[in-house]
Design a protein around this ligand. Structure first.
Ligand SMILES: [Zn+2]
Length: 197
């Protein structure tokens, strides 16, 4: 049995995704051994992020300021909206350096098995945004998983009435990939999505 402050810390750490009891205990003892400044900085960072980070009222990305820097940037094309599941996906698309449009963060994917329907996601705000803003194209950049595909098809259906073209990311041969290492599904999709050279 741990002394109660340790038990409390282990219990809180174990709530984090992917952290079991053992890892939580290992992290707790790491924190106990850490320099007081480091431990205080960790605690302050957690408090700070909860106090200062909120949702952007336009794209629902996490931000310190509403609207966020991406939505407030007049140089970015407001006619292009890239729909992603999570804030981390905005960061991933931004790292490519090749996208100059805006975003819309759903905060999840449709997952009927887990009871996640359209009302649990930021889909209503996307539909409203496409209707009211001068959106020319909606790019659905969800994962190539069952939930990702389900969400993409659902969005295409919901947005069909708006007449705004809905596109999605191409699936295919990864850069640097070798054909005989690819799984059949990836190669088959890449073949279907072939384009003129
Ligand atoms: Zn925003």
């Amino acid at each position: 049995m741990y002394a109660s402050p340790i038990a409390r810390l282990v219990q809180q750490l174990a709530k984090l995704p992917g952290i079991g009891e053992k890892t939580a205990a290992r992290l707790a003892f790491h924190i106990i051994r850490a320099a007081p400044d480091d431990a205080a900085a960790l605690a302050a960072a957690i408090t700070d992020v909860k106090q200062r980070i909120r949702f952007c009222g336009v794209c629902w990305d996490l931000t310190e300021r509403d609207p966020c820097a991406l939505c407030a940037d007049a140089r970015r094309d407001a006619g292009l909206v890239c729909v992603v599941a999570h804030p981390q996906d905005v960061a991933a698309v931004e790292r490519t350096g090749g996208y100059r449009g805006r975003y819309h963060v759903l905060h999840g994917l449709l997952s009927p098995l887990d009871g996640i329907g359209p009302d649990e996601l930021n889909i209503g705000s996307l539909i409203a945004r496409v209707k009211s803003d001068q959106v020319r194209e909606v790019i659905v950049a969800t994962n190539a998983t069952v939930d990702g595909q389900t969400t993409a098809h659902y969005l295409a259906e919901r947005l069909a009435a708006s007449k705004v073209p809905v596109t999605r990311l191409a699936h295919g041969v990864p850069v640097g990939g070798e054909l005989d290492w690819l799984d059949d599904g990836t190669l088959a999709t890449a073949l279907k999505a072939r384009r003129a050279l």
